[in-house]
Design a protein around this ligand. Structure first.
Ligand SMILES: [Zn+2]
Length: 399
């Protein structure tokens, strides 16, 4: 049953249900035959708790975005793993993507994880070339070679090669900073390690923006205890925790990325997931000091929408540097990233309406944390820019 159906049903049954619940909670003796009966769900497990909002507030359905969308952050292809590091696999069929795109007013999807070499050419051929204007493909660094002698030059050449093949940007996963280690010592490689300087310069001179994911929600760096606001999410994905090992802290990772943006002012960076969505004052400070910094909103409307007044000011102030993204793919266990019409409708509702207290993901239990969000009701001018114009400028597409 969807929320709307439930609301309709609740209108007729809610009053009766409330009377029954009141009877159940009545003091002993008050109900005659029911005296002494234990509360039915006294030990309700958290994962089974699905409270439904009783607020009577507007529910706006936004089936299509007000302006054409460029989804700057999607994963249609992934590295395939296995023996050939360049091989990619498709997480979804481009024809199915197109059907959703047409229904939801999505002009273009940017497939950021296009890989490199033969895999990149495969992705470009089946997406960007076969369906011109509808798909854009980015390349990725060859992390497996990062400890090799001569890597800097090799990687810069790889960027040239990817550009010639048609790649429009570079994607850097959070691998850099959190997983990539030196081959011998197993030391984590720093985000601002000088071995990448030639790569950052190469993409800058080729006008390829860098889509860079650094660090993760702050709660992922804290103990998974009863104070952790993402306890359920971390409980479901314990491997997402960066607490108690040799990982740098969130701020240290963010500052290392700032060093890179500072050193490469001609290169445009799009810091994914609002850079650090829980700390908009810090992100604002970064945007103010680095004119080559931009952000996307992928998989962070749950953070933005629970601080709607701060977020609205943030969008107004940085309206030329925020791009629309979802982090969508298929076959994922995370509903906040599952490609489909339901996901886009939530994003549109968040950006366009002033609806209050609604779900940020198509899921019965909020998957990133037990809160709900409020819409921003952005102006037409800001919507135009965030939905498509800013991304078009960064990628070099017609407005
Ligand atoms: Zn992503």
């Amino acid at each position: 049953m969807n929320r709307r159906q439930w609301m309709a049903l609740s209108a007729s049954t809610f009053a009766a249900g409330r009377r029954a619940a009141a009877a159940e909670q009545a003091p002993q003796g008050a109900q005659g035959g029911n005296a002494g009966r234990p509360l039915q769900d006294a030990a309700l497990p958290l994962e089974r708790y699905e409270p439904r909002s009783m607020l009577h507030v507007p529910e706006t359905h936004v089936p299509r975005s007000r302006f054409p969308v460029i989804d700057f952050h999607t994963h249609i292809t992934f590295a395939a793993g296995g023996g050939n590091p360049a091989a990619i696999r498709f997480s979804m069929d481009p024809a199915n993507c197109l059907a959703v795109m047409d229904r939801k007013n999505i002009r273009t999807m940017v497939n950021v994880t296009g890989g490199y070499g033969a895999g990149l050419r495969d992705a470009i051929g089946k997406l960007q070339t076969a369906l011109t204007g509808r798909f854009i493909v980015f390349t990725e660094p060859t992390w497996t070679r990062a400890s090799d002698a001569g890597y800097s030059k090799f990687q810069a050449d790889q960027i040239e090669d990817a550009h010639q093949a048609g790649a429009k940007g570079l994607k850097v996963l959070k691998t850099l900073g959190l997983f990539l280690r030196e081959q011998g010592s197993q030391k984590l490689v720093r985000i601002d390690d000088p071995r990448f300087d030639l790569m950052w310069e190469a993409v800058g001179s080729l006008k390829m923006p860098v889509a860079i994911h650094t660090s993760d929600p702050e709660a992922f760096f804290l103990p998974i205890d009863r104070f952790n606001e993402r306890w359920e999410e971390l409980h479901a994905h314990p491997d997402w925790s960066f607490h108690g090992k040799d990982f740098p802290g969130n701020r240290e990772l963010q500052e290392a990325r700032r060093n890179v943006m500072r050193r490469h002012p001609r290169t445009q960076f799009v810091c994914l997931h609002v850079a650090n969505a829980e700390d908009l004052p810090y992100v604002s400070e970064c945007l103010d000091s680095h004119p080559n910094m931009n952000v996307d909103i992928a998989a962070r409307i749950g953070e933005l929408g629970r601080q709607p007044r701060t977020a609205r000011k943030f969008f107004d102030r940085y309206q030329d540097r925020i791009v629309f993204g979802t982090d969508a793919s298929a076959g994922t266990s995370t509903p906040q990233q599952t490609f489909g019409g339901a996901l886009y409708e939530i994003y549109y509702r968040f950006l366009e309406t002033e609806d209050e207290y609604f779900d940020y993901a198509p899921a019965p239990i909020p998957p990133q944390g037990r809160w709900r969000i409020c819409g921003l009701g952005l102006s037409e001018q800001v919507l135009r820019k965030v939905y498509g114009e800013n991304a078009a400028r960064l990628i070099g597409l017609p407005a």
